[in-house]
Write a new protein. Structure first.
Length: 301
């Protein structure tokens, strides 16, 4: 492999016409330039320069190598400029994974602000379930993952570095004409006679419901299994039952429901930013993380 610094010296001599001119341009001593040129000639196995009455002139090999050196150095300058662009967040891309309730509430606000701050950064955002998000992170298909956890269901901290963005309470969703709708805050014990709408497919909120009801001294009677919180709210609105939900899931409530607080004892869900521990972070990732943390501080008040 040819040494790039020696190629730069050769080009400076060819373009400047002398060892002295090259030394002045590159802040070398003339003897240092001469030494590097001799090493370069040894590397290529033939003379590259010859003395002339007006200074140093390239041999045929010197002409050829100087042309390549010019192209190589131009590409190196371009590479450095591209890296500087990335460091300055003037270009690049960022891959991000989220889950549906955050993708329909908190995240759009963060993305809107980020794009105003860094309009040249291309965002690739995917929304899927928790286990799939963790798989995408593990395989390196996304750089950042927005995940969630409960105290009884902590995330893997061995492979992922986790940053808590905010902690949100569990709230109660009742129909607008439900007897409890006249209150702003209720105790879980007041719901013991109700039927419940719960998330389908072994969703962790089913365990949340079971734990919350058991702590209040009763077992829940399930009337419907919903595929998402929008469907759950719709079924609540027509009186099929009541439901529990994390606060982010009902930021845009159905007009036929009322959202009630369960008080300070309500179970809480932590929303976290996950990154693989073995990755080198790009500037765009660091900028997005900073914005997530800042906006997360005021999301749940």
């Amino acid at each position: 492999m040819l040494d790039i610094k020696r190629l730069q010296i050769l080009l400076a001599v060819v373009e400047g016409g002398s060892v002295t001119a090259a030394a002045d341009e590159l802040f070398y001593t003339p003897s240092g330039v001469s030494q590097q040129l001799r090493k370069l000639e040894e590397e290529v196995g033939q003379p590259l320069l010859q003395r002339h009455a007006r200074g140093m002139v390239p041999t045929d090999a010197g002409h050829i190598l100087a042309g390549h050196a010019r192209s190589i150095l131009r590409r190196m300058d371009a590479a450095i400029a591209d890296l500087d662009q990335l460091a300055g967040l003037k270009s690049g891309s960022l891959s991000l994974g989220t889950f549906p309730t955050l993708g329909s509430s908190f995240l759009p606000q963060v993305i809107s602000k980020f794009r105003k701050m860094y309009p040249s950064i291309n965002l690739d955002v995917r929304s899927t379930r928790l286990q799939e998000l963790m798989g995408l992170l593990s395989r390196g298909e996304i750089s950042l993952g927005l995940l969630w956890e409960y105290d009884w269901m902590p995330l893997n901290r061995t492979d992922f570095e986790l940053t808590t963005l905010f902690t949100e309470p569990t709230v109660l969703v009742v129909g607008a004409d439900h007897p409890l709708a006249e209150f702003d805050e209720v105790d879980m014990a007041a719901t013991s006679g109700d039927h419940w709408i719960v998330r389908a497919n072994m969703h962790p909120v089913a365990e949340l419901l079971e734990r919350s009801c058991n702590a209040a001294g009763f077992s829940p009677k399930i009337s419907f299994q919903a595929n998402d919180y929008q469907e759950a709210q719709a079924m609540v609105s027509v009186g099929l039952g009541i439901a529990l939900a994390p606060q982010s899931a009902v930021m845009n409530p159905h007009p036929g429901v009322k959202i009630l607080s369960l008080g300070s004892g309500a179970a809480a869900r932590s929303v976290v930013l996950a990154q693989r521990r073995d990755r080198v972070r790009a500037p765009a990732e660091n900028a997005f993380q900073t914005l997530l943390v800042d906006m997360g501080k005021t999301w749940i008040e």
